[in-house]
Ligand binder design. Structure first.
Ligand code: 6R9
Length: 634
């Protein structure tokens, strides 16, 4: 394999495929325009939408808080649905694949009817502008439909990951003062029906305020508790109703959500209607290169910000077909994802980098067994992507003919901020890329001063962008012109302005006298042939030394020879004093619903401590397997 970067050679650069460049949505002209026009250039993002009143300013720095597109009025559901009816009413808006093999297709006209009926039903229950409606469902069509129904009413949705416990749901109902809950009786996961309503009931009855509850019947034997409403009955009763989209000011909130919280307490984040929607439509267009005729699949959980921005709002704002998948990527077979790409002729595919590494673990024979020639662009998000996973994605999935983008952003940023422009910039596998046009980044030390290029520090975003969340626009105002949003991500900026991410500050691992971002060490471990996934954590029991968890590629033994190879390679690359306390070979690593490795849980397992509730995990079964493996190693 080419392109291994070991820090000594010049990293490999990959030009965008010629066929991609020919049709790419944006060219280098866009970067030049942003350089020339400054923040005024962001009007291009707003221009992708239809506004009922146009904005007066692009960015108002004088206002009490930074204001994007002030004076503009719009409705997000109108932009994602109604305005496409004239030209695309019979085009598919949502193509749904259920975990049990059921499929459903919604044209833009179907979606218009469903969203109107759901909005009428919610309004009938009392939902009005600025009310918070909590949605507690997996990836079933009723989830994007009710999100859009809320947006139509100017109500804020608060989507809670379906796997969360009753307690997590209760906390979110309470913290948002949400008086409405739309949930389901249950859903299918890995061949079994999972009950959802008991959790919802437990949460609902333990909050102080009343919670009007609607239940989507997903299983065969729906049942309701007293006073609850059946979603289908409600929507049927409102079939054919029309609800005027409520005009919202650009700065009015669109929804609330919570940060991923793999380490600390999750924070509440509120996104705006105009800035957020412009930002996600623009980045769907410029970075993910989505065109209205595309079938686009973002294989992520809708409850994650990635699902909000790039399953629902971005692609629908552009009038594309967005795929929604309820099940697990390897269920019932390991080639499930590729079978779906093949059968649905997916043009653009976007998923978590940790998912790419688990596909790599399962082996290239799975993608090669399918016709993936419809693919044009492959995207990755959620955790740093190492060069080997990048190359695997590019070769084994993309057949070296797709653009590959590694996109960095956060719940707080609303949409993508760092990524190559796929038809313009060369990719450097292992590095996410430069800031997108209009976004400025720097790497700073603990005191906020810029560090030298090539040195690690914190990533700071040094100019405002439209998708910034509400709290950020307010906090930033106090700082005046020189404000910067310093993230808790460790990163290195190279001389071409490309950013390499090293992991979160809170996951730092100390080895010898050096503090490493976990990704620095994990990248080196992932260079070892046969290692597909890796996570490095600090162990208190081992005197603060690092423990590394690895998963091997299919057919590779996790034996002493492998651990020796890892030790040897790490010592060679990072120095002889970089010794791990233990190397644990595991079948799978615990990941959150946003695909992030739960390093906190891994360090608890390493120390034999209790790790509490695992409901925040997408694969809770991985924990039991880990304990057995770690136990064996002691
Ligand atoms: C979209 C999303 C945000 C954190 C972020 C960073 C990590 C996301 C990344 C990445 C390296 C990438 N992250 N994308 N790290 N390269 N391409 O993931 O939002 O769930 O809020 O997480 O994810 O650490 O700070 P969120």
């Amino acid at each position: 394999m080419t392109g291994r970067t070991d820090g000594r050679e010049r990293p490999r650069r990959v030009e965008p495929p010629a066929s991609f460049v020919e049709t790419a949505n944006v060219t280098s002209e866009v970067r030049e325009a942003f350089e020339r026009e400054g923040h005024e250039a962001w009007r291009r993002a707003a221009d992708l939408l239809e506004w009922s009143s146009p904005h007066e300013t692009v960015l108002d720095r004088e206002a009490e808080s930074l204001t994007w597109f002030a004076g503009g009025q719009l409705n997000a559901a109108y932009n994602c649905v109604d305005r496409h009816l004239a030209e695309r009413k019979n085009s598919v808006a949502i193509r749904w694949e259920g975990a049990d093999g059921e499929t459903r297709v919604y044209t833009y006209l179907d979606l218009y009817n469903e969203v109107n009926a759901a909005a009428a039903a919610l309004r009938g229950l009392g939902v009005g502008e600025d009310d918070v409606v909590t949605l507690f469902m997996p990836g079933i069509p009723e989830l994007p439909i009710t999100m859009l129904a809320c947006a139509r009413l100017g109500a804020l949705h608060n989507v809670v990951f379906a796997g969360y416990s009753a307690d997590e749901l209760r906390a979110r109902l309470e913290r948002t003062g949400s008086g409405y809950l739309v949930t389901c009786d249950g859903y299918y996961r890995r061949g079994s029906a999972v009950n959802q309503k008991n959790k919802a009931d437990n949460a609902r009855t333990s909050v102080e305020h009343p919670v009007e509850t609607v239940v989507v019947p997903r299983l065969d034997d729906p049942y309701l508790s007293e006073g609850q409403h059946d979603y289908e009955d409600l929507v049927d009763a409102h079939a054919g109703d029309r609800v005027d989209p409520v005009e919202r000011a650009a700065e009015d909130p669109l929804f609330v959500t919570y940060t991923s919280g793999t380490t600390g307490e999750p924070d509440r984040v509120t996104h705006t209607t105009g800035g957020y929607l412009s930002h996600v439509a623009w980045t769907s267009h410029a970075v993910l290169d989505i065109e209205p005729r595309d079938t686009y699949w973002c294989a992520a959980d809708v409850a994650w910000i990635t699902g909000h921005s790039y399953i629902v709002y971005g692609p629908l704002a552009l009038g594309a077909t967005t795929m929604l998948y309820e099940g697990a990527p390897d269920d019932p077979e390991r080639d499930r994802v590729w079978e779906l790409v093949d059968r649905n002729r997916v043009d653009v595919f976007y998923t978590a980098s940790t998912a790419v590494r688990s596909f790599m673990k399962h082996g290239a024979e799975h993608p090669s067994a399918h016709d993936l020639s419809s693919l044009r662009l492959l995207g990755s998000v959620g955790e740093p992507m190492d060069a080997r996973a990048w190359e695997w994605y590019y070769e084994s999935v993309g057949g070296e003919e797709c653009a590959v983008v590694d996109t960095w952003w956060q719940t707080e940023t609303g949409g993508i901020l760092v990524s190559t422009l796929p038809g313009v910039d060369r990719a450097k596998p292992g590095s996410a890329g430069p800031a997108i046009p209009g976004v400025e980044v720097d790497v700073v030390d603990a005191g906020g001063e810029s560090v030298a290029r090539g040195e690690p520090g914190h990533l700071a975003v040094t100019a405002p962008w439209p998708g910034m969340h509400r709290g950020l626009t307010e906090a930033a105002a106090a700082e005046g012109e020189d404000w910067a949003y310093v993230t808790s991500d460790r990163a290195i900026l190279d001389h071409e302005g490309y950013v390499t991410f090293l992991g979160r500050e809170d996951d730092t691992v100390t080895v010898g006298d050096t503090d490493y971002g976990p990704a620095t060490i994990e990248r080196v471990v992932l260079e070892v042939e046969g290692v597909a996934e890796a996570a490095v954590v600090e162990s208190h029991q081992e005197g603060g030394r690092a423990v590394v968890y690895v998963c091997t590629e299919r057919g590779v033994e996790g034996d002493a020879a492998l651990t020796e190879r890892i030790d040897h390679h790490v010592a060679e690359r990072l120095g002889e004093d970089t010794q791990f306390a233990r190397i644990v070979v595991a079948p799978d690593l615990p990941k959150t619903h946003s695909g992030k490795i739960m390093r906190r849980l891994l360090s608890a397992v390493a120390d034999g401590e209790s790790y509490g509730d695992t409901s925040a995990l997408r694969n809770p079964e991985a924990v039991g397997e880990l304990e057995t493996v770690s136990g064996d190693g002691d």
